[in-house]
Design a protein around this ligand. Sequence first.
Ligand code: SPQ
Length: 427
Amino acid sequence: MLLKRADKLCGEVTVPGDKSISHRAVMFGSLALGTTRVTHFLQGADCLSTISCFRKMGIEIENNSDEILIHGKGLHGLCAPEGILDAGNSGTTTRLISGILSGQNFDVTLTGDASICKRPMKRIMTPLSMMGADITSINGNGCAPLLIKGTSLTGIHYDSPVASAQVKSSVLLAGLYADGITSVTEPFLSRNHTELMLHAFGANITSDGTTASIVPEPALHALEINVPGDISSAAYFIAAGLIVPNSEILIKNVGINPTRDGILRVALAMGGNITVMNKRTDGGEETADLLVKSSSLHGITIEGGIIPTLIDEIPVIAVMAAAADGTTTIKDAAELKVKESDRIAIVTDNLMKMGCDVTPTDDGMIITGGKSLHGATLDSCLDHRIAMSFAIAALIADGETHMKDAECVDISYPTFYSDLENLISKS
Ligand code: SPQ
């Protein structure tokens, strides 16, 4: 795809529903009794993979574009799928479903695309096995495909070495099927959508600092869920509004859950002009409208407990840092290496190709911004967040930028390019 410089971006945009929340709505709705109605559901390829897995396990799911109806059959209502379950490109689907499958009374093979088959699954296999789960990596490399033989489980306390919502959620979901209490403590609090939504479905789940605990209940009960706009998708327009001169963008209905709002805190700390308006709470999730105006940004250090709250936004934060005066240092983000691509390597490589002064480190990167960027031929490495981040970088680069496999944005934001184009053409 060919991407060009923009003089300014103006107008209003409503980003699609939150990917993490959309996945969980399908999973928990399938395990609840009754019909769960979900509006503003994300129709991205990852969430469609989750729908397809649960349909294969006998759950009727009506998908009427923005609204979906999940006819849940209760905690013990899933049935053995014919053939393998395919999670596509989705780490969330793979890791969360593994927790659910561990406690069923049937066996399943779970796999995904080439990227999923390289991502680490030992991080869930270890705690699930401690609970008694029978889960093996078929190729013996700690990755998918996984063979999961349903069995009875026992509650454990797990001290997770990583702040990962996928690890935490996988264990808590297995805890729905375990004898006794299951709890997880993580080094820093990761996104808490599982805790909030399971509680709304009637689960006996509590949180205390960085520990979440669940006690099994006989049933979950269907809900109405209105999915907030995805702050990870809004992040591209936050960055664009800040770094493209003369811009003003209103981003409507964005989820600002404090375990996800690191991008806002970082943008403000870099000197960004962002007004958070119309704050409200819907189904336990905070949302707001964001007014973003062009700003002179400066570099900062990003490290520690804020990292899990912005982990997926680091590629676009790196683009903001390239446009900012001074040095931005990103630390404690080694998790970036095991996402859809090695996001430390790809982000730094692509920024260098555009003329930015950037150094990769073991757990992040150091970016000295302020130099003008130039267009380049870039590879998305089939990673949606890389494609979208560098579409934003292209807006401030001299000349043309060519992005390979740009259509991979379908994973989380199928209308990304048309929404971006609308803001450019209104200028
Ligand atoms: O689902 P997947 O492929 O892992 O997606 C990503 C993304 O960029 O969209 C990560 F690559 O988001 C994860 C996120 O990084 C979604 C997620 C969740 O919904 O629980 C949690 C985070 O992953 P982790 O490993 O930190 O738990």
